[in-house]
Design a protein around this ligand. Structure first.
Ligand code: LRH
Ligand code: MN
Ligand code: MN
Length: 424
């Protein structure tokens, strides 16, 4: 863990500059009729969950190149996630993936408490076979042609709910790899009927105050068709199952030209936007760091979220879902969390009354200029001040590097070799 004294020491050198920058931005925003303290308060109240699997070095089917101090288990992962939150004050919860993180609830709870974190949505895994598993998911899980395999997948999801209940989670996210690799391999309709039937059984096991999030994805691992391939199918699922079922939008799970912010608006309009997996992509489900490729798209997504925020029932879950192949995962997750906050703060700056007027008057140029005015504003002093006031680091990456945390855990956690890793 990083000692607060270390954070204070790192902040000491940056504090004077931050105060000056914050004051200058405050004066600038004041001239635009915006109260900087109000924006800062909203940023300070915002949190994005970290995926437990994100703190290990990721890889591709070609190779994986682990770094020093790879977490050995969920307890090491929680330790790393605790560091991310300590420095950014932006990631108060962790999303677990089962069975990767399956451990007794009491142990998970005490470690989470020790590092100052809570648990976000539970993620089930029926896209891989596990060593002790009776039936294979090679040809599907919740939509498998074999009833016993579907039942096995249902039981796994119910076990995830059961563990989640004991650790204070309030949601189950289901993403399946089911689909087909050849035209004709499956009957689209019967396969989806089987999926709906099985998922309804999971839904019926959900506590009343839980949400079931279903996650769509256009392709991979199935390369011809995917059962839950897009937001249309996802919406059908949520509508068929009931009020507790909502759609999860992973930004990387769409075709490259798809207008994701519009999907966000549509799902919001009908009360079916359940949550996000934030990441960025150039080609497909690249799982690149949030905001690293197209920060404007992230801003446009947040523009829709801010637009919808007046509805008190609107409360989608926010989580990062990334694969860090060439960076220190802790650094990537810290930067990504602040990128999400940045998009939020920029969207808060948009003059919504003026925007509505431009839209009514069909003033396309001025409408888009109003959005750009939010996006172009450098809100870093707001983010840094919110972190600083909450006890975090003004510059999280600099403070992290100065702390020597990675070298310290590398001395304790055995080195992992990537040799032979990856399956082409
Ligand atoms: C699938 C996915 C889904 C999984 C995670 C590991 O591509 O986005 O959310 O649970 O990756
Ligand atoms: Mn995802
Ligand atoms: Mn994905």
């Amino acid at each position: 863990m990083i000692h607060p004294d270390r954070i204070a020491a790192a902040n000491d050198t940056a504090e004077g500059r931050l105060s000056a920058d914050y004051e200058a931005l405050g004066a600038h925003l004041d001239r635009r009729g915006i109260d900087i303290a109000a924006i800062k308060a909203k940023v300070a109240g915002y949190g994005v969950a970290v995926p437990s699997w994100g703190v290990g070095t990721g890889g591709t089917r070609f190779a994986r190149f682990p770094g020093p101090g790879e977490p050995r288990d969920i307890f090491d992962k929680l330790e790393d996630c605790g560091v991310i939150h300590k420095l950014t004050r932006a990631t108060p919860s962790v999303s677990l993936h089962i069975p990767w993180d399956a451990q007794p609830a009491a142990d998970l709870n005490s470690k989470a408490q020790e590092v100052g974190l809570t648990f976000d949505a539970m993620n089930s895994n029926t896209f891989q076979d596990q060593p002790d598993q009776a039936l294979s998911y090679k040809f599907g899980s919740l939509s498998h042609t074999d009833a016993a395999t579907r039942r096995q997948a249902i039981d796994h999801n119910i076990a995830c709910i059961e563990l989640g209940r004991q650790i204070g989670s309030k949601a189950l996210t289901i993403w399946i790899g089911d689909g087909s690799n050849f035209p004709g391999q499956t009957n689209f309709t019967r396969q989806f009927e089987r999926y709906l039937d099985a998922t309804r059984t999971v839904y019926d096991a959900l506590p009343d105050d839980w949400t079931l999030l279903t996650e769509h994805k256009i392709y991979e691992p199935a390369f011809y068709s995917t059962v839950v391939q897009d937001w249309g199918t996802n919406l059908l699922i949520a509508q068929q199952l009931g009020d507790k079922a909502k759609c999860l939008v992973d930004l990387g799970h769409h075709a490259p030209t798809v207008n994701i912010e519009m999907i966000v608006a549509r799902l919001t309009q009908f009360g079916k936007l359940g949550g996000f997996h934030f990441n960025d992509s150039k080609y497909g489900d690249d799982d690149l760091d949030t905001g690293s490729i197209d920060p404007y798209r992230l801003f446009l997504v947040f523009n829709e979220l801010v637009e919808a925020a007046h509805n008190p029932d609107f409360n989608p879950m926010h989580m990062l879902d990334q694969s860090h192949n060439v960076t220190d995962p802790i650094e990537s997750l810290m930067v990504s969390a602040t990128e999400v906050q940045r998009a939020y703060a920029q969207a808060l700056l948009v003059d919504r009354a003026a925007l509505a007027e431009c839209q009514e008057a069909n003033d396309a140029l001025m409408a888009t200029t109003l959005l750009k005015a939010g996006f172009r504003t450098d809100v870093e002093p707001i983010l840094a001040m919110a972190r600083f006031e909450a006890g975090g680091a003004i510059d999280p990456v600099a403070a992290y590097r100065a702390s020597g945390y990675r070298a310290a855990v590398a001395a304790e956690r055995p080195a992992v070799s990537g040799a032979g890793g990856g399956i082409v």
